[in-house]
Design a protein around this ligand. Structure first.
Ligand code: ADP
Ligand code: MG
Length: 311
């Protein structure tokens, strides 16, 4: 199997407003392939169409046009859905059930016997970092972060080959985010394909091999993350940090260097230049004013630059 997920010309329009006469195009001709056994980052700002895509793949709603395959089967194939997992954006379960009961319910849905369900429940609730003392609490007493963890545990109960996580880090504090990151990285080690939507760039940078960026329902960039970041090397610049001189004392002279920019910082300044050849000029100006060099380093395009430019 070449791809774990194949999305072909998928579009989704919602009918809204009075008498459902207005149509909102939430997803516009999306084509995308996801290779197996990797963590795929599905990026986009609010309203970009991430949840729409995932819900359509999960068959919770029908596409207006286009098709998609998961594990080689069309998304209408019920048997395929037994082999995948899904954690919705804001997992919602019946409030009066406990985490243990929710897991038993899903275990039974997949036809596991009582002992297997119990073993998986304990393994997974531990893996997502829920304290054993909380397993017997009703979910109405859970925080958003705890519910998120139950949602993740639930999505893994059938040992899925592909798991779809819609904003899995939402509602988690920094420690919780780190724990869930490690859990997701562990899934890849086990050969699971993870399709993860998020708008948190640091999670993408820490976890993902390949990404797609969505804007207004359209794909604006996709591919290997490091290749995407180095694709536009032209925008790279050099950052020179100098000390022992005030920015204002050298600003006029720096302004003569084409493309150079200077910013004041405590006890010195940071100067960005476009060309390596400009470093000498900056150093001369700095030394003349009584300052000295602290550091020089290349500024690579960050995921944030890419995200802001393409979305
Ligand atoms: N059930 C719905 N009815 C009407 N419009 C919707 C519905 N769900 C989403 N939308 C609209 O579709 C667009 C994409 O939303 P969504 O897929 O939730 O984006 P994301 O998950 O990237 O934040 C938004 O403009 C949103 O308002
Ligand atoms: Mg969403």
């Amino acid at each position: 199997m070449e791809y774990a997920v194949e999305i072909n010309n998928l579009s989704k329009e919602y009918e809204t407003g009075f008498l459902r006469k207005k149509r909102v195009r939430a997803l516009d001709d999306l084509t995308l392939n996801v290779r197996p056994e990797q963590i795929f980052g599905f990026l986009g700002g609010n309203g970009a169409g991430k949840t729409t895509t995932i819900k359509t793949l999960m068959r919770l709603q029908f596409p207006t046009a286009g098709s998609a395959r998961i594990l080689g089967s069309d998304i209408s194939d019920v048997k395929m859905h037994r082999r995948i997992g899904y954690c919705p954006e804001n997992p919602y379960f019946y409030d009066y059930l406990t985490a243990r009961e929710v897991m038993s319910y899903f275990g039974e849905l997949f036809g596991y016997d009582r002992a297997t369900t119990q073993r998986k429940t304990e393994e997974l609730l531990t893996a997502v970092g829920l304290d054993e003392k909380d397993w017997k609490k009703q979910l109405r007493k859970y925080s958003k972060g705890m519910l998120q963890r139950v949602g993740l545990a639930q999505s893994l109960i059938n040992d899925p080959e592909v798991v779809f996580l819609d904003e899995p880090m939402s509602g988690l504090d920094p420690v919780g985010r780190r724990e869930i990151r490690e859990l997701i990285a562990g899934l890849r080690e086990k050969g699971v394909t993870v399709f993860m939507s998020t708008h948190i760039l640091s999670d993408i940078e820490a976890l993902c091999d390949e990404v797609a960026i969505l804007r207004g329902g359209k794909l604006t960039a996709s591919g290997n993350l490091s290749e995407l970041l180095s694709a536009s090397e032209g925008v790279r610049s050099l950052e020179i940090n100098v000390e022992g001189v005030a920015a204002d004392a050298i600003r006029d002279e720096i302004d003569f260097i084409a493309g150079a920019e200077i910013m004041a910082k405590p006890n010195g300044a940071t100067i960005q230049v476009a060309d390596e050849a400009d470093i000498d000029a900056v150093l001369q100006i700095t030394r003349k004013a009584g300052g000295h060099l602290a550091s020089v380093h290349p500024v690579k395009q960050s995921l944030e630059d890419l995200f802001v430019r393409t979305s």
